[in-house]
Design a protein around this ligand. Structure first.
Ligand SMILES: Cc1cc2nc3c(=O)[nH]c(=O)nc-3n(C[C@H](O)[C@H](O)[C@H](O)COP(=O)(O)OP(=O)(O)OC[C@H]3O[C@@H](n4cnc5c(N)ncnc54)[C@H](O)[C@@H]3O)c2cc1C
Ligand code: SF4
Ligand code: SF4
Length: 426
């Protein structure tokens, strides 16, 4: 029997992290045995094949449509809650799924992120034990927070049926350690993730977008090539991607972890809830039997449709790679003349890749970033950090492994190296 929690949402204290090179502070280094990072970390020697087979019963199959890009899935749908939830990032499918698990007493606890009471953009890992608590965690925060450190209070409190809402680097580590946790049931609701940075740096970005950055309550990079901002006074502003002040950001604005992360779509979740392939709605990837169980919990509440796809991604990805090569080499991004920008900004949502083609383009862009940034900054890590599917994604763009960049033969089983690092920014 577990003791009842007095509050629906609690933020138990966690240990200080052990500083590590290439780390998003997923929480494992704050656990009793910080060396567990060596078995768990996405940034050391990820083994997606082994974990995909364990979690989904099979590895991604490049012969099945879109699995090379999005990982193993049973079905893919466009979706939105018929009654969107206030405060949600999109319509709130992610938090509603977890809320349903708590309502039906299918889990004892949900691990996720609440906003810091002092800073709405800062994520704070929390345990949610009552359905009504899920309303407090809706929406997106920018930054890293040690979600998995909460697995220890979960064990201490005797919770055995657990749901975790996580981004891909958290979910990789969770799956790698799953067998050691002694849980009766684990539900993993994943969101895609890209271009995360520290909350402090994100505030610098907000300051470039508005004279009153502290009043911004919502930000999203939409699939129609616009950034949407919402303000405390109810005002909504959209900025085309092309007009964003990206050139004013320092080159290391996005940490190397997020520039070289190999899992955009959260392939080890039971269900991935994103928006990239949704053309203005949400986009769900149901990956296994548990994912089917999760989506059945909101049957009747959610409008579902086939995902669409339009446009061609090749030239957008090729242009992105050319700019990334310049940026990785320390050169300024090659911009288009100012007078062309409004025209292209108008054209992109109309003729650029849309729906699934947009999602494929983003996955290929991220894969090429991984190769180019690691080649520039951490070439010795390429062999262990880059899974084979990443090389397949970038091959059509002429990016191929140079000597020593890809694991082959007996090297494939070499022991991963756990590198400690002096304390410093992630
Ligand atoms: C940094 C970041 C980048 C993202 N990039 C993309 C992208 O490129 N493409 C895409 O399709 N989707 C992306 N997402 C996911 C997307 O923003 C939505 O969260 C998702 O579509 C679910 O919407 P929803 O309305 O169902 O979420 P909600 O019901 O509002 O629930 C959101 C959930 O996310 C959790 N959460 C919020 N911030 C964080 C954080 N920093 N770390 C961990 N968990 C958090 C919340 O606690 C909550 O449980 C990103 C998310 C994050 C955190
Ligand atoms: S991101 Fe990697 S190194 Fe950092 S705490 Fe998690 S497992 Fe450890
Ligand atoms: S981009 Fe990748 S490494 Fe960075 S926070 Fe998101 S999942 Fe983690």
């Amino acid at each position: 029997m577990t003791a009842p929690e007095p509050n629906a949402v609690t933020a138990p204290p966690v240990r200080e992290p052990v500083a590590r090179h290439l780390c998003t502070d997923c929480g494992v280094s704050r656990m009793e045995d910080p060396k567990a990072c060596g078995r768990a970390c996405q940034f050391i020697k990820p083994d997606y094949g082994r974990l995909e087979a364990k979690v989904h019963g099979r590895i991604r199959d490049p012969e099945r449509p879109d699995e090379l890009h999005f990982g193993p899935f049973r079905r893919m749908v466009r979706a939105s809650l018929k009654a969107p939830r206030p405060g949600a990032q999109w319509t709130g499918i992610t938090t509603r799924l977890a809320e349903r698990l708590l309502e039906r007493d299918a889990v004892d606890v949900v691990l996720t992120m609440a906003p810091d009471p002092e800073d709405r953009w800062k994520p704070v890992p929390v345990l949610v034990t009552k359905a009504e608590g899920m309303a407090q965690v809706r929406g997106m925060r920018m930054g890293y927070a040690p979600l998995l450190a909460l697995l220890e209070p979960v064990r201490e409190r005797g919770y055995k049926r657990v749901a975790v809402i996580g981004i891909p680097c958290q979910v990789y580590a969770l799956r790698a350690l799953e067998e050691e946790l002694g849980l009766e049931k684990l539900y993993v609701i994943g969101t895609p993730c890209s271009d995360n940075t520290t909350t402090e740096r994100f505030h610098d970005f907000l300051a470039l977008l508005s004279d009153e950055p502290d009043t911004i309550t919502y930000l999203e990079f939409r699939a129609d090539y616009q950034v949407e901002l919402r303000f405390e006074n109810g005002q909504v502003k959209t900025i085309p991607f092309l007009k964003l002040p990206i050139s004013k950001l320092p080159p290391d604005f996005f940490p190397l972890t997020c520039r070289t992360c190999v899992d955009y779509t959260n392939v080890l979740a039971d269900i991935t809830v994103g928006y990239m392939g949704g053309q203005g709605e949400q986009w769900l990837l149901v990956r296994n039997e548990t994912g089917e169980e999760l989506i059945s919990l909101i049957e009747g509440e959610v409008a579902l449709a086939e995902p669409g796809s339009a446009g061609k991604r090749q030239s957008a990805v090729t242009g992105f790679i050319a700019n990334t090569e310049r940026a990785a080499g320390g050169l300024p991004l090659r911009g288009m003349p100012d007078w062309v920008r409004p025209l292209v900004a108008w054209l992109m949502p109309r003729i650029g890749p849309r729906g699934l083609e947009f999602a494929r383009a983003r996955v290929e862009m991220k894969a090429s970033e991984t190769v180019l940034h690691l080649r520039r900054q951490e070439p010795r890590r390429m062999k262990s950090m880059i899974p084979d599917h990443v090389w397949k994604l970038v091959a059509p763009y002429g990016l191929a492994p140079l000597e020593g960049e890809r694991t082959e033969g007996e090297d494939a089983d070499a022991e991963p190296a756990l590198q400690d690092d002096p304390p410093g920014p992630i």
